[in-house]
Every structure is written in structure tokens, then in C-alpha cells.
Design a protein around this ligand. Structure first.
Ligand code: GLY
Length: 373
């Protein structure tokens, strides 16, 4: 069932083509002006600045966009740049300091492997998955966030997939146990009955007891930070894809239903749904993640009406994000692709700017929508 105002994929095709052409021009300028530089967010529309990064989790999103451009165009220029920017981050496969190895390697080396099937490339993905599994806390049964041992982030649901993948590739039951337990703990402690999600959970390190929900980037401890909710929507759907465990599908669907119920018809939420009269109306990166996650969830959902609803919402989001209010195509001098993203409002980082992951998931969602046309 198509909802009123929902564009068919074919109607979107010219906008998708235009957005990809624009993305290619923006990315070519970025990598030729600032070779080997990994931006995170813009300041006044410019990628290169000395602003704080808080943590280093974004280095896969540039190579990921280059692989997406290569996938779409088969232009050897993008193939060479995509490999180059992937190789620049290979050393991170043993990085124990962050919980983000899925973001780094799924967007780059896994895309590379899917396109070309080289076992040596796959081995890097598997090693990154093994490294991430080392963050597992037996007391509490979760992968700890980068901030502290007692901290679990909803964001890790987007990264745990690489451990499931490593488990499948190697047959290692311990990897599967850690990944499954992490997803179950996150489901129990961070996803609420109404499908909203807490950003962070705090545990007692001596007993493993779950103590409380809190937030780093949202409005309040009991509110729902929009990007965190979309990490859950997308991540639980992906974990269902790995496991076939219906509990994870139901959780992804609950998060999707919350997103759809609470977001205006144009499809772009504020940074947190509970912020009263938000000063900034849009967090476009959450919308891009939701669009991509909803397209995948639609493909996993057996109920055809429910699946059509998820797909319709994804297409509404993409229809909005390809308008010049969001696509920076009519904004002279703006270096990003998607405007009105948000990194860390409380810290004043990347507020109402382009953000690397927003651009990446936007292109991923457009590529998925185009592929299904
Ligand atoms: N640290 C991941 C995010 O800002 O969504």
C-alpha cells in the first residue's frame, strides 16, 4: 500500500541521479583538495578545520562513499580512490580503543569484498570483527563503549554485525555468543516498550547489574536521541538478518514504528523527539540512516502492508533529502552533500552542518532505492 504523498522509486530516479552526480563532484573536490584527509563534520560548510572530534569513528565513511560511487558508475577513478582510502585505515583492524570497527570496515573493506571477492580483503573484515569482540564484558554481557568500562551505547548495534559476520565466516561459537548476548542486553536495557531507545546504559562493574539509562548526545536521560533510535532500527534489523531470531526483528520494527509515529510527514526528525520546541528542526543524518534501515527492514518484513509502510517512509525521506533545503546543490561554497546534520549538540560539534556518516548513509539509501527500481 502506497501512502499519500509517497513517491514511487521511478519518480525519484531523476533526483537520485542528480544527487549522485552532485555527490561525485563534492567528493572529487574533497579528495583532490585535501588528499588523505578524513573529515568528520563541516564548520560553516567546510570540511577542513581544527574542531574537536570527541572520538575517531568516521574514517570508514569517506572510503565507503567512494565504493558506493564506484558501484554505481564503475569508473576506475572511484575504484582506485576507494581502495586507497580503505588501505589508509587497514591498521585500525586491531584498534581496541573504539567500539566503531563496524562503521570503519563494513563501509569499506566489506564493500570491497562484496564487489571483488578477494579472500585477503575478507580476512581484514574478519580480523576487525574479532578485535571488536574483545570489548565484551562478561559481567553485564555487553560490548563496552569507548567512554568507559561500565558504559553501553546504542550505537554499538550498528557495529556488532561485523562480529556476527566474523562468527559466520570462521564458525567461531565464542564470537557468536558475544555478539548475541550484546544484542540481547541492548534490547533489554536500552530499547523501551514504546520502541524508543536510550543512548547509553550504565552497569555495576562488580556485579554486572544494569543501573540506569542515560545519554551523551540526546536531550535527557529518559528521552530518545534521534540518531540513536535509527542506529537501533537499522542495527536490530541487520542482526535479525544474521540470526533469523524473531526477537531482533520485532525490536527493529518497534523502533521503526516509533520513528514513523513521531516524525513529521517530511520524514526528518529533530535531534531528540522530546526536546521542547527544538531550536533546530532537523537532524538529517538520522533521517538518512532511517531511510537506509527502513529499506532493509522492508525487505526482511513478511507482512506485505507493514513492509510497504517502511518502504514508503524511506522514499518520503529520500524525496525530502533530495530537495535543495537538504541537498547542498544550490548552496555555493558548501562542501558537504547533505545539510542540516548534527554531530554533538551538547558539545557544540557539527551543529546544523554536513556530517560524514550522514552523507554516507544518504548515498547508501539512494543506492538501495535505485537498485530496487
Ligand atoms: N558516536 C556515534 C554518533 O555520534 O552517532
Amino acid at each position: 500500500m502506497t501512502q499519500p504523498g509517497t513517491p514511487a522509486t521511478t519518480d525519484l530516479a531523476p533526483k537520485i541521479n542528480r544527487a549522485f552526480d552532485f555527490a561525485g563532484a563534492q567528493l572529487r573536490r574533497l579528495i583532490e583538495t585535501h588528499p588523505d584527509y578524513f573529515p568528520m563534520y563541516t564548520q560553516a560548510g567546510k570540511w577542513r578545520h581544527g574542531g574537536d572530534t570527541w572520538t575517531n569513528w568516521c574514517e570508514g565513511f569517506l572510503g565507503g562513499q567512494l565504493w558506493l560511487l564506484y558501484h554505481r558508475t564503475r569508473d576506475p577513478y572511484w575504484r582506485a580512490k576507494a581502495e586507497h582510502y580503505s588501505r589508509l585505515i587497514e591498521h585500525r583492524k586491531t584498534d581496541w580503543d573504539v567500539h566503531d570497527l563496524g562503521f570503519l570496515f563494513w563501509s569499506t573493506w566489506k564493500r570491497w569484498y562484496d564487489l571483488e571477492g578477494d579472500p585477503a580483503v575478507n580476512a581484514v573484515v574478519v580480523e576487525a570483527g574479532r578485535t571488536l569482540s574483545l570489548r565484551f564484558k562478561e559481567k553485564g554481557q555487553y560490548l563496552r563503549s569507548f567512554v568507559a568500562d561500565d558504559s553501553l551505547f546504542i550505537d554499538i548495534m550498528m557495529n556488532v554485525g561485523i562480529i556476527f559476520y566474523a562468527a559466520q565466516q570462521t564458525g567461531d561459537a565464542e564470537l557468536l555468543r558475544r555478539a548475541t548476548q550484546h544484542a540481547l542486553t541492548t534490547r533489554r536495557c536500552l530499547v523501551r516498550g514504546d520502541g524508543s531507545a536510550s543512548h547509553e546504559g550504565i552497569f555495576d562493574l562488580n556485579t554486572g547489574e544494569f543501573l540506569r539509562q542515560t545519554t551523551q548526545q540526546g536531550w535527557r536521560d529518559d528521552s530518545s536521541w534521534a540518531r540513536g533510535l535509527t542506529w537501533a532500527l537499522y542495527g536490530f534489523g541487520a542482526v535479525y538478518g544474521f540470526t533469523g531470531d524473531e526477537r531482533f526483528l520485532r525490536t527493529a520494527q518497534a523502533c521503526a514504528d516509533f520513528y514513523i509515529e513521531r516524525t513529521p510527514a517530511h520524514g526528518v526528525p529533530p535531534n531528540d523527539w522530546e526536546e521542547p520546541n527544538p531550536a533546530l528542526p532537523y537532524e538529517s543524518s538520522a533521517a538518512a540512516i532511517a531511510a537506509s534501515g527502513l529499506l532493509s527492514l522492508a525487505a526482511l518484513t513478511r507482512d506485505t502492508a507493514q513492509a510497504a509502510g517502511y518502504r514508503a517512509c524511506a522514499l518520503r525521506i529520500l524525496n525530502t533529502l533530495t530537495e535543495p533545503e537538504f541537498l547542498a546543490i544550490d548552496t555555493p561554497g558548501w562542501e558537504g552533500i547533505l545539510k542540516h546534520g548534527m554531530y554533538h549538540q551538547r558539545r557544540g560539534l557539527g551543529v546544523d552542518e554536513s556530517v560524514m556518516w550522514g552523507d554516507y548513509f544518504f548515498l547508501e539509501a539512494l543506492d538501495k532505492a535505485a537498485g530496487a527500481a
